[in-house]
Structure formats: structure tokens, C-alpha cells
Design a protein. Sequence first.
Length: 258
Amino acid sequence: MTVGIYALNCGALEFDRRSFFPDATRGEAMRVPVPAFLVVHPKGKVLFDTGIHADGFRDPAAHFGKDLAAYFKFFCGTGEGVVAQLRLLGLAPGDITHVVNSHLHFDHCGCNALFTRAEIFVQGAEMRATQAARDADRRPDRDWEGPLAYRLLEGEHDLFGDGSLVIVPTPGHTAGHQSLRVIAGTGLRFCLTGDACYTQEHLERDLLPSGGAVWKADEMRHSLGILRRLRDREGAALIYGHDAAQLQNLRCCPNAFA
Ligand SMILES: [Zn+2]
Ligand SMILES: [Zn+2]
């Protein structure tokens, strides 16, 4: 059985470094990559996260509202973005059979609406919390909405029943965050962490981001422990949510990194 994993470059975000590292110097900017990942399995083509909506790059204030647009700077180079990256592999959005959203922040579900032939896997807790925040007028980003084929999960889920792709709840950053464990064709194990852990430094220092990026600190710390155990006991390589240094060193699309 061959399972390949591809890292897709979906642009970048820039913001105050302290939102990632609360002990950083005030006013220092930080730019991080926005990745998505494609896992090709004999039974399906699985996309982990979908990046940022194209209109979000073109006109952030119009698409996301003034506050969000004032906080983030958006960058998308030629050939970047989920559609362009899939094209490098000879694929179109209609070829994707499964989408797994780590969570419903704008940089992880922005292009969901393009994947009309895919079932979209999200934790029920994530969807309920996101809808409640919208109803309370606390969610200007709406790319997760729409008549999409969402399948709401309540816990762990083995996508193909063979243990090669297992969705694992890793809440804390958001109410229903989830990560994806993958056993590649080489037998090597990986875990795509999403924002349960932004960078290797967060894991090494057992560091949580600033309060705005933490739904519940104790749950996020518990999830960091889950990831650490996957690494230390099962030998899984952790692929972090927004780690520039790590992503630079991964073989990039159209090559599989595993
Ligand atoms: Zn997030
Ligand atoms: Zn993110």
C-alpha cells in the first residue's frame, strides 16, 4: 500500500510575534507559512486543511472585516495557494475525496467551498463553537459556512479503517481542534499537528501562544502532551502548523516528502 504525503504552500501571514511567543519583544513582526497537506491513499485523496480564501489575499478588509485585516498581513506568491499547488500535481479540487479541517480558523478552511466532491471532516465541538461565535457576532470570517458536505466527528476517527490515516482530537487552541496521524508507504509515522502546536519551539518549551490564540490553556497543554507521546513512544515525526524552519526543509510540491 502506498501512502504519500505532500506539503502544499498556501501563502503566508505576518503579525505581531507576541501572538505566537508571548515573551517576545513588543512590536516585532513575524511571518509564518500557511501550509496544507495532501495525503494520497489508494482509497482516496485527503486534504488536511485548505488554506486562505483567494479574496482574503486580494482584499483582506473586504473579505474578513477591518479588525482582522488590521491584525494580519497576507501574502500569496505566484504558484502558491491550494489550487495552484494541486495543479502542480496534476490535480483539480474535484479530485479530492476527503477534506480534514484541523479547525475552522480562516487560514485552515478558507478554500473549503472549492471541494464540492469531498466529504469534510470536522469535530462537532469545533462546528458548534464556531456557529455560536458567529451568532454572538464574534466571527467575522465566514469561509467555513455554506452548504458543504460536513461530517461532524465526536472523537477519534480512522478514515479508511486500516490505521494509516487517523484523526485525533487535540483541543485547546480551539474547542474542537484535531490532528492527523499518518503512516506513510515507507512505514514512517507522521502527525500533522495543525495549530495544536504552531512550531517545534512551542513543543520544546511547552509554550502556549498568547491568550487570543488559546481557547482553553489546560486542554491545549494536554494536547501538547498527546503530540509529545506520539513523537516519543510511537516515533511519529510531528509536522507543525506554522513552522517556517521546518517547512523550508521539507521536500515541497510536486514532490512527496514522505
Ligand atoms: Zn488556528
Ligand atoms: Zn493557523
